[in-house]
Design a binder for this molecule. Structure first.
Ligand code: ATP
Ligand code: MG
Length: 237
């Protein structure tokens, strides 16, 4: 089989990314020259000390934040060349985000929370409802459509969070400490689910985690420290 140039190109590429924050006259530099390549279908864990810029990196990948300089490409899209509203529409159509504290809307039930990303799509109510049922089935929450988030365990709420992240069928999932608020058993269930989505549904996953046990579920672990990545090699294991 011949590999075409397009297949050989990484799915995600950061090149010379610089990012800092200003507070009045003071400022801090988070990245001065950050480079990263991720292949389509990979499952990457990003570890690193608090304040090293892991969430900032996810915000740059999702287009919530933009770098001060450098290139950010995902698939064919050059996020660094887009304005804020183009990035926000791109995000809605191309990625799902899973948060540590689930970010579910308490006044909406499970089905309504999961349905939210579909409201931007040209689908009928019946089509949306069928899609919601399919993903709730996938995350093991069949029959919970009418239940409200505050009546669910942390692990169940995170399943709802994952269902919402995948309901519009994005190629990329960004997860910021998805198991940071869960006990070991619920954490492992969620991590196995992410592994399943990666292996069986070919989702590319970038997951920030403090937990070395969680990182084991990924195919690749990167350590972010002092503005650069160190790949976890065989020697350091
Ligand atoms: N919007 C912002 N304005 C100013 N400073 C910010 C902003 N976002 C992040 N920072 C600063 O940038 C640095 C990196 O923050 P970030 O949240 O990316 O770290 P992190 O690696 O995710 O940490 P943690 O493990 O604690 O979640 C921190 O010093 C933080 O205070
Ligand atoms: Mg963070």
């Amino acid at each position: 089989m011949t590999i075409t140039a397009q297949e050989a190109e990484p799915y995600i590429e950061l090149n010379g990314v610089r990012k800092g924050f200003k507070f009045g006259t003071e400022g801090i530099s988070i990245f001065s020259d950050l480079n990263l390549s991720i292949a389509r279908g990979d499952f990457v864990a990003v570890m690193g000390p608090s304040g090293s810029g892991k969430s900032t990196l996810l915000n740059i990948l999702s287009g919530i934040d933009s770098p001060d300089a450098g290139k950010v490409r995902i698939g064919k899209s050059h996020l660094d060349r887009m304005g804020e509203s183009a990035r926000s529409s791109w995000r809605a159509h191309n990625m799902g985000i899973v948060f540590q504290f689930y970010n579910l809307l308490p006044m909406l039930n499970t089905a309504q929370n999961v349905e939210l990303p579909l409201l931007l799509k040209p689908l009928t109510r019946r089509q949306r409802s069928a899609r919601v049922d399919t993903v709730l089935d996938l995350v093991g929450l069949n029959g919970r459509q009418k239940q409200y988030p505050n009546r669910m365990s942390g692990g169940q709420q995170q399943r709802v969070g994952i269902a919402r992240a995948i309901v519009a069928d994005p190629g990329l999932l960004l997860c910021d400490e998805p198991t940071g608020d869960l006990d070991r058993k619920s954490a492992n269930d969620i991590l196995e689910m992410l592994g399943f989505l990666n292996r069986e549904l070919n989702k590319t996953i970038v997951m920030v985690t403090h937990d070395p046990e969680a990182a084991r579920f990924a195919r690749r672990t990167l350590h972010l420290d002092k503005g650069t990545f160190i790949e976890q090699g065989m020697d350091s294991q």
